[in-house]
Design a protein around this ligand. Sequence first.
Ligand SMILES: [Zn+2]
Ligand SMILES: [Zn+2]
Length: 279
Amino acid sequence: MRNCFVPFCDMQCKDMEKRMMFLPPKDEETFAKWKENLPKKRPFKRNDRVCERHFHPEDIVKTWEHVINGQVFHLERGKPRLKQFAVPTLNFPNDDEIRDRKPRKRSSNEGSSGREVKKQRKQVVEILEMSEKDISLIKEEQEAELAAIENSNEEKKRAFECLLEEIHDVILPSMLWGIHRDPNQEYFAFTFFDEGRMATTKIVHVDSNLIMSTHIKGVLVSSDELNCDIVSGNGTEYLSAILAEIDEQVICPGLDESCQIYPETDSTECSQCQKAREA
Ligand SMILES: [Zn+2]
Ligand SMILES: [Zn+2]
């Protein structure tokens, strides 16, 4: 499991071996010092964790010290701990980096790049019809189109990375919902635990291409690409709203294999489960 409080740290350490994670100290004074030192992208809380990269190595205690007959022996601790007043000070991104990593909102001119490309293409066709020779213009147009696709992929990736960073700001509809982040940063997911069925009945999964798929009772019910502009602007609010909507969806309690998931109008179960129960 990797989720360091420091913005973009997990992203940078994607290929690093397992890092040691530390919870903040219990005493108020040192906790306040941690809070003061750490980047203030979101409020630092008691259950947030900070990885080893942000501490001086000498502040991390990895061994038990035993003195036997005046001789000191070091025994490796299963779980390293921090020295009592250790405070994170190293490897923070500076404000510029935090800002640069945030997906920039496109100005309305840039926003229409797709349309712009289409318009260019039309112009190219017209020019060709007139002169029937200017091949270099087609090439330029194709290159522009490719660049536009590359740009939009890059933008999607950045929007996804930021969403992953801010995922804990998403408001879950209830305590029965959970948040999951892929240790390899390829996706995140929300799940709803249904105690009655002893199962996870609703899953909302978002991959790094911003494809959001919803599984209900193990069946894929929808798969859409999230709008990159909305996600870049206020992704966590948007996801909170989507989850609230899915939370409210009433689903058929039936266990029949052919369950249609959503109940018929004026019924609590779907037609298939109703049939199966009556049979
Ligand atoms: Zn870290
Ligand atoms: Zn059913």
